[in-house]
Design a protein around this ligand. Structure first.
Ligand SMILES: [Ca+2]
Ligand SMILES: [Ca+2]
Ligand SMILES: [Ca+2]
Length: 567
């Protein structure tokens, strides 16, 4: 198998417009049609990853985190008020990964646990073991797709955690699937999720953005180069020199101190000025500063999105409940990015990416649409698109607008569509991305194959015809045809997901929203001043305990003022 970087280089020199495919429908069989869709060179492997693939830089065997394939710049965040000189967010206890390379899983789970603690959802202990197991070949029962590591103690990437959360593959409870390290407990497929993540933001690596994300969301998952630089008693870390050997270690950053003194570092090994991040480590509480470490603001590798890929913050989570259903055509989230543009002869215009789903009758409310994109500052529009003979209709007058705006953050973007009723049966969710405002191409996340420096697959998708389409110039092209025209016979699946529900939880007056009015009705019901029908009894029980009482009213009130991201 040739290296992807070679393939990408080839692609960049080929304009796909003009390649020939055959129209799919019977009537048009054998009619040649030009594909006006260009695969464009907007996503390439990062310079560091190319150097790694070329053997120019080394990654130590027992690294917990590998060099990420892509440089993934995140959102530049501005705080709503002045940021304090020092801050420590609410976080769960220090965990211990043991002698396994699973720091990336502890980093991801720790970031989710910190978010939950800051989102009024308590101090949770979630299963790192389930995430590690999911990210290996064991999860797929040896069918040769997915993350293909055969070891149960593999290193990983932050994109694995992001994909696991965004695809609702977890989290599970630690008490159900406890951490064992190099073995795993029985019943990895037997437990339900306890929470479902609905928003993930990639955070830019400037100090203000990171601080703001910690303040808003409790924590940021990132990595530093543990194999270089200097640690003083494994308490404070600083690496100011460029190295060619990497030993990535992932952590959960939960605070900072602008005045953390350079005096903590030994003379001759000091950063240029005060200031350090406080990170939750996963080496037990007896290592470091009671299990925490300090990393200098001036460390060259911490938060470096050119090396480790995305710095993750979780931005919204809902309590798992019997009313939700996620529609998706892949279970891994984004491992790659596909870029397309419609060639109208003069300009490259926006295209619409669409996933076809078979919606059931019961989950009729579309709560939200989630897609993954790096096109910060591009405009997007989400549509419901009718499907005929398995293909999304291209006549835009038949599309239904679901929502839109500006992509203000690279990551998994949530489009709120609460209350929208969708027809049962085949239907597509389309995301039109217009990069013209930033003179860029439309890019969207896709689960696509990746190889390591030996050219072996580390991730292999399992795409199906009829799942993903690119709509351009009044034609809909199966994504696998577009790939085939790019000499890629494996392909991938678009990362567009639809969250549907049987009920609009928190809405008892039936206006599609959960507001103070609903809280008041729930309060009146709790003292028998109101009578609820069956639907209202479900919708008003926002803590899912089977009763309607003042606790539910309080939760609705708190949600209305932003205390919770979701129920
Ligand atoms: Ca745990
Ligand atoms: Ca309402
Ligand atoms: Ca209740």
């Amino acid at each position: 198998m040739k290296k992807k970087s070679f393939l990408k280089t080839t692609l960049t020199s080929v304009i796909i417009a003009g390649l020939v495919i055959f129209a799919a429908s019977e009537a048009n069989a054998q009619v040649e049609e030009k594909v006006p869709v260009q695969a464009v060179p907007a996503t390439e492997y990062s310079e560091v990853y190319k150097a790694y693939l070329d053997g120019e830089i080394e990654v130590t065997e027992d690294s917990g985190v590998g060099i990420a394939p892509f440089s993934v710049p995140g959102k530049i965040l501005q705080p709503s008020g002045a940021l304090p000189d020092s801050y420590i967010s609410t976080a769960t206890d220090i965990r211990n990964q043991g002698s396994n390379n699973s720091c990336w899983a502890f980093s991801g789970i720790g970031t989710l646990e910190a978010f939950l603690a800051n989102d009024g959802k308590g101090f949770q202990d979630l299963s790192e073991q389930h995430l590690v197991w999911w990210a290996t070949a064991f999860y797929n029962d040896d069918n040769g797709t997915g993350w293909l590591n055969r070891s149960l103690t593999p290193g990983g990437y932050s994109m694995m955690s992001a994909g696991y959360f965004a695809s609702w593959q977890g989290p599970k409870l630690e008490s159900d699937l406890p951490y064992q390290g190099s073995t795993y407990p029985e019943g990895m497929k037997d437990y339900d999720n306890v929470f479902n993540v609905t928003g993930i933001q990639y955070v830019n690596n400037d100090i203000t953005s990171i601080k703001t994300a910690i303040k808003n969301y409790g924590a940021v998952a990132t990595s530093y180069n543990n194999g270089s630089g200097y640690s003083n008693g494994r308490i404070c870390y600083y690496s100011g020199d460029e190295v060619t050997k990497f030993s990535g270690h992932a952590i959960t950053v939960i605070g900072w101190d602008d005045n953390y003194s350079v005096e903590h570092f030994e003379e001759g090994k000091r950063p240029p000025a005060d200031g350090a991040w406080l990170a939750k480590n996963s080496w037990g509480s007896y290592v470091g500063d009671n299990g925490y470490i300090w990393i200098s603001y001036y460390d060259l590798y911490a938060f470096n999105t050119d090396i480790w890929g995305e710095n993750l913050a979780i931005t919204s989570v809902r309590t798992a409940n019997p009313y939700d259903k996620i529609y998706q055509n892949e279970n891994y989230g984004s491992t790659y990015y596909t870029c397309m543009a419609e060639d109208n002869g003069e300009n490259l215009e926006c295209v619409t990416f669409a996933n076809v789903f078979d919606f059931d009758e019961e989950h009729k409310y579309l709560d939200s649409v989630i897609f993954q994109s790096l096109n910060t500052n591009s405009d997007y529009t989400a549509y419901y698109i009718p499907v005929e003979d398995g293909t999304p209709v291209t006549d835009k007058s038949q599309w239904s607008y679901l929502g839109g705006g500006r992509i203000d953050s690279a990551g998994y973007i949530k489009v709120e569509t609460k209350g929208t009723v969708i027809p049962s049966g085949a239907g597509a969710i389309g995301i039109e991305i217009d990069g013209s405002a930033i003179h860029d191409y439309a890019s969207i996340g896709v689960d696509e194959w990746l190889t390591n420096s030996r050219g072996e697959f580390i991730f292999k998708p399992d795409p199906n015809r009829g799942d993903s389409f690119v709509i351009a110039k009044d034609s809909a092209y199966d994504l696998l045809d577009v790939y085939a025209n790019n000499n890629d016979d494996i392909g991938g699946t678009l990362v567009i997901k639809a969250i549907t529900t049987t009920n609009i939880i928190g809405d008892v007056d039936g206006d599609g929203e959960s507001t103070v009015v609903d809280a008041l009705m729930v309060l009146r019901k709790s003292v028998n001043l109101e009578t609820f029908n069956n639907e209202q009894l479900i919708n008003g029980d926002v803590n899912y305990d089977g009763n309607i009482d003042s606790e539910d009213a309080l939760i609705i009130l708190r949600k209305s003022v932003g205390f919770f991201s979701e129920y």
